[in-house]
Design a binder for this molecule. Structure first.
Ligand SMILES: *[C@@H]1O[C@H](CO)[C@@H](O)[C@H](O)[C@H]1NC(C)=O
Ligand SMILES: *[C@@H]1O[C@H](CO)[C@@H](O)[C@H](O)[C@H]1NC(C)=O
Ligand SMILES: *[C@@H]1O[C@H](CO)[C@@H](O)[C@H](O)[C@H]1NC(C)=O
Ligand SMILES: *[C@@H]1O[C@H](CO)[C@@H](O)[C@H](O)[C@H]1NC(C)=O
Ligand SMILES: *[C@@H]1O[C@H](CO)[C@@H](O)[C@H](O)[C@H]1NC(C)=O
Ligand SMILES: *[C@@H]1O[C@H](CO)[C@@H](O)[C@H](O)[C@H]1NC(C)=O
Length: 613
């Protein structure tokens, strides 16, 4: 066992890039500790902390992932006989150091020493940790500590996160009062299948929920348990690799003999003759982040070429461009020829949806007929095409509005939903999203409380709290047995039967599975009862529900913890593989700068005939 542990350690120091962090000890001082100014102490403040026997400094730090953590060094000074400094990490002793004897009539205080590494590295889970630096023995003059250097096997960890600038409530708990655990209901299996992300608009948290027999479920969305009155809701695309543009080249002088141009996203090569220059652009979409509803990798794109516009620049007029893309067995797809004139300095060519390969090379070929001029292209770029969705009113009364969306681009198209109004036999075709708005009790407005996409992705949320304009959705749950294509789980819905007055919603999936839904909205929570489900696929292979969310880092996440059956909460992405129980709550302990007020989600497996609404 010990040997095994050592192996991992060695492997990891070899393969994982680590990062060093300096903690200025004086930043962690208590009122009784004395700060000293020493010109040789570490910058920027050149300060130390003077400590005596039994003094403790609590150095707190935070991790974002499972990481090896090791104290690499303590920088200190001493004048007089030696002292002993011990290190305790999360309550466990890791090592100690006996300080050097330095009697130099006080000048020793400005002469600093290094202890070197203290103890061995330890693997720690994400979250808040504490190193207690304790003076276990000292002479009457004490010892001055300056800096603790810590090595963390996480090159992505940034300093502000390491210093725990985020705020986490340690005491947020979900003791399950509403749904006491019933022994009569067999446990569901919650399976971890999350990946990491640097893009907060990518749903990287994925937890599959399996059950052998269940047909009824309850999903509840509450305002977050933590208290925050900040309503951060703008998407944050920093860290995402987006398709606007897929690639761009600027100021390209066109010549058959010029060298190729390589950017991080594409390669442009030149050939042909002075009369017909051929340009080939090779690119791959491997790096794109699939964000939110739209998968940029398969949506159509627009090729845009701009020629210089200066008045006296007549050289680029009458240049002809022929654009082709994606060679198939039948040859290249030809988008035809366009020219530039003194009036037209920009031209676009549209490339249809689902053209590009998810991974591997994609190609666009241009033939430029320069007409005996020196041609410089001001810019040539490929972007995802713009989209315009269509709203379709389905129902409204004093308390709710039901609306359909026909998305311009839907990644599962031609799959789409039929909405069937049972009360008046009206049928709505081509619906990709169904949205229910609930009347806000204290205003004229309505707020979105329920959204379901054709792929089963469902979002819930309580009525917008008083005083706010709107609150973003966060986590979602895919209702229905999923299959995976192109890395995305979906449970395709073919039809929804709707009787708004009876509050009756029935989902019919394309594999003819079905579930009946009932939505209840209160101003503190929205509940969705899912009942009488009939599942057609193998329950051991296809989960019944899938929890989907985003976690980039504590403090930048739509969820950071899970508790099952009210047990000790676990971090959402690490430290567990499977959990068993009938109730799971997905919530945040750390105030998040992303979708700050998006709801906590509770999923409850109901027993046969269990009535809960
Ligand atoms: C810290 O010391 C450096 C050189 O030892 C000096 O340049 C700097 O001004 C000092 N800073 C403070 C805040 O005393
Ligand atoms: C660190 O020391 C403080 C004060 O002695 C103590 O309350 C705390 O529990 C210690 N923390 C750890 C992780 O040992
Ligand atoms: C987890 O997800 C990946 C793709 O994201 C998939 O290939 C794999 O089969 C999934 N594993 C399980 C156990 O569902
Ligand atoms: C292209 O040329 C224009 C005009 O000379 C200049 O403003 C721009 O910065 C250039 N772009 C690049 C990427 O060189
Ligand atoms: C561009 O991609 C094609 C198709 O994979 C490949 O045959 C060709 O060699 C590539 N061109 C360059 C210059 O890399
Ligand atoms: C559930 O209710 C139905 C009808 O109300 C009844 O026939 C059935 O026996 C009940 N099942 C259980 C497990 O109580």
């Amino acid at each position: 066992m010990h040997f095994f542990h050592l192996c991992i350690m060695m492997l990891c120091t070899a393969c994982v890039m680590s990062k060093r962090f300096n903690l200025q000890v004086e930043d962690f001082k208590l009122n009784r500790h004395k700060v000293m100014q020493r010109s040789e102490a570490s910058e920027p403040m050149n300060r130390t902390l003077l400590l005596f026997k039994n003094d403790v400094v609590r150095l707190q730090f935070c991790l974002q992932r499972n990481s090896f953590v090791r104290v690499e060094d303590l920088r200190y000074s001493n004048d007089g006989p030696s002292d002993e400094v011990s290190f305790i990490l999360d309550g466990q002793y890791i090592g100690k150091h006996t300080t050097v004897v330095d009697t130099n009539f006080g000048r020793g205080w400005n002469s600093f020493h290094s202890t070197g590494a203290i103890g061995e590295g330890r693997l720690l889970p994400p979250g808040r940790h504490e190193i207690n630096l304790t003076v276990t023995d000292s002479d009457i003059w004490g010892v001055e500590v300056d800096l603790v250097n810590i090595d963390v096997s996480d090159e992505l960890l940034d300093y502000s996160h390491f210093l725990c600038v985020l705020y986490c409530f340690d005491d947020i708990k979900y003791e399950d009062i509403l749904f006491p655990v019933k022994d009569s209901v067999p446990s569901a299996r919650f399976v971890q299948n999350s990946s990491s992300t640097t893009c907060t608009e990518e749903d990287n948290v994925k937890i599959d929920i399996y059950h052998d027999t269940a047909t009824d479920f309850m999903i509840t969305a509450n305002l977050p348990h933590y208290k925050s009155f900040s309503n951060q809701k703008a998407p944050n695309f920093a860290g995402c690799n987006l398709a606007t543009p897929y690639w761009i080249f600027e100021n390209v002088s066109v010549s058959p003999i010029r060298p190729e141009i390589q950017t991080s996203k594409a390669l442009m090569t030149f050939s042909g003759s002075g009369y017909r220059v051929q340009i080939v652009i090779n690119f791959s979409l491997d790096m794109l982040t699939p964000t939110r509803g739209v998968d940029d990798r398969i949506i159509g794109s627009v090729l845009r070429i701009r020629m210089p516009q200066t008045k006296d620049n007549i050289v680029s007029v009458n240049v002809l461009y022929n654009v082709r893309y994606k060679e198939t067995n039948d040859g290249w797809n030809d988008l035809g020829q366009k020219d530039f004139t003194s009036e037209v300095s920009e031209r676009t060519w549209n490339i249809p949806d689902k053209t590009w390969a998810y991974s591997g090379p994609n190609m666009i070929r241009l033939v430029v007929i320069p007409n005996k001029q020196d041609v410089v292209i001001e810019s040539i770029r490929l972007d995802r095409r713009p989209t315009k969705d269509k709203q379709i009113p389905i129902y409204d009364d004093d308390s709710i509005i039901i609306e359909g969306l026909d998305l311009d681009f839907w990644y599962l198209a031609p799959q789409t939903m039929i909405i069937n109004r049972m009360d008046n036999n009206r049928v709505f075709q081509d619906i990709d999203v169904l949205i229910i708005y609930s009347k806000i009790p204290w205003s004229e407005g309505y707020s979105q409380v329920f959204v379901i996409y054709q792929d089963g992705t469902t979002k819930l949320q309580p009525v917008t709290p008083h005083g706010l304009d709107w609150v973003p959705f966060g986590s979602s749950v895919i209702i229905g047995q999923t299959t995976i294509s192109n890395g995305r789980p979906h449970a395709s819905i073919s039809r929804i039967d709707l009787d708004p007055q009876r509050q009756y919603i029935k989902l019919i999936f394309s594999d003819s599975s079905s579930c009946i839904l009932r939505l209840e909205t209160y101003y503190t929570q929205t509940k969705l009862l899912i009942k009488e489900c009939i599942f057609k696929k193998d329950r051991h292979i296809h989960p019944l529900l899938t929890f989907i969310s985003m976690w980039e880092a504590d403090g930048n996440a739509d969820v950071d913890h899970i508790t099952v059956n009210g047990d000790r909460s676990r971090h959402i992405v690490s430290g567990w593989e499977q959990l068993y129980g009938t109730t799971a709550v997905f919530f945040r302990k750390c105030i998040s700068k992303h979708n700050t007020l998006s709801p906590d989600i509770k999923i409850h497996i109901l027993g046969k005939n269990e009535t809960v609404l």
